[in-house]
Ligand binder design. Sequence first.
Ligand code: ADP
Length: 520
Amino acid sequence: MGQTNRADQGITNLQEVLDALLHASPLAIIVVDSNGLVRIWNKSAERILGWSEEETTNRPVPVDSQLLLHSEGETDIRVQRKDGVPIDIEIRTAFWREREGHGTVAIFSETGRHRAAEQKLYDVEEELERVATREREARGEVRIERRFRELLEAAPDAIIEVDREGRIVLLNLVTEKLFGYRREELLGQPVELLVPGGVRDAHVRNREGYWNHPATRPMGGNLALEGCRKDGSRFPVEISLSPVRSEEGLRVTAVIRDISERKRAEDQLRAMRENYTRELELRNREVEQANQLKSEFLASMSHELRTPLHTVIGFAELLGEEIEGPLNEKQKRFLGHIHKDSMHLLELINDVLDLSKIEAGRLSIQREVFDVAKSVEEALASIRPGAAAKSITIETEVPVSTPVLADPMRFKQILYNLLSNAVKFTPERGTIRVEAKVRDPFVEICVIDTGIGIPDEQHEAIFDKFYQLGATTKGVREGTGLGLAITKALVEKHGGCIWVNSEPGKGSRFTFTIKIGKPE
Ligand code: ADP
């Protein structure tokens, strides 16, 4: 009996345990019999669906019983709670045999809660990610900030940042070194601390003005800027400004370069250049003086030479006239040599005299208005014998009464020089032609020959003194190489110019201009 009792007791206890489990289960458990009436409705079912055990026991399932009881195996379904709110549940159903039919056991839990938990988890993860990103960004900013610092300190120039009120808010090591202040002494101080006393007020004004046109530009235009050290000493600087928009508002960055070294080098260079120029001027003056002396010497020498030469020529001519007695052929030939070479020497001396006068600036010209045609005829007259000797034809195309304003003697000298060269450098039976054309305010005069011509590269050099190109038509050098130099100087003294067009073998055309003569 006792055994049976114990067994009964045991069974009773097991029932209680099962009941307790049934109601403590976090899973909702519903048992429906073969008549469709609820037999078990545990606490979790009550919690999830809203209906109490009392409301449901021995009654049909109040919710979507079709779905609850006819879903098969393990599945997700949506049902309506007592308050009408739809909820998702994860359900597992099983049948149990009972008298004629079968009942159903449904065990389920709310998936929404998992979802909510999942969502929560997801939210937490997202938040964690956000925090991580923020941290990464912060680390990046720190890196940029560090990089900026490094750059700032590595710069060879002093760099300061100044706020809208002109207070120093940032500076690098070079600034400390350059101005002799410690960082703490500068931070928050007006930037004028670094400006020499005399220009501080102006600096404040200019600083205010900068905000009207905040642009990257050098400071002070062409002004020589100076910085002021803590000990009051000044040094030349070059400053470039640029506006910076920061979170704290508009600021300006000033890059300050100490240009003492450069200034020193520039000053040295300037001093050297000045010295050099002075030296050069001195030398030039010496050369000028020497030149002047040379010209004066030549002028007086030429004069001294001309006098005895005139005597030689005069007496040679007298002898040639045979008034003092007849000469034999040999004597006549000797006399001819003496006369010819004396004349050549006289020409040379005259040229040297002219040139030295020109170079000493002592050549004066007497201008008057006269007719070109007449002057051309006179110049031609003196070369006709030489031209005739070489059967050279002479042509002129000079309009009648073309007045020029010039020194008549010098004008003739110009023409004569060109014409005698033309004769000298034109072979037998050639042609020499003189043309004059009015090109207001000048008269353009050309001496044209069919002579040996001048190569292109010599067209300028022939006007240099003592320049001689080479052999004449006679195959020997004649003349002094001074003719064209004097001619050019004379033309220019008259305010005109001279040039040559020429081609070897074809001939030359020398053209010069001279002022037209206008009646007063
Ligand atoms: P030169 O006393 O030798 O004639 P110029 O100064 O008058 O000195 O001329 C310089 C040189 O220019 C001459 O030696 C000659 O070579 C060249 N030259 C001048 N005129 C002519 C010309 N009409 N035809 C060719 N060559 C010429």
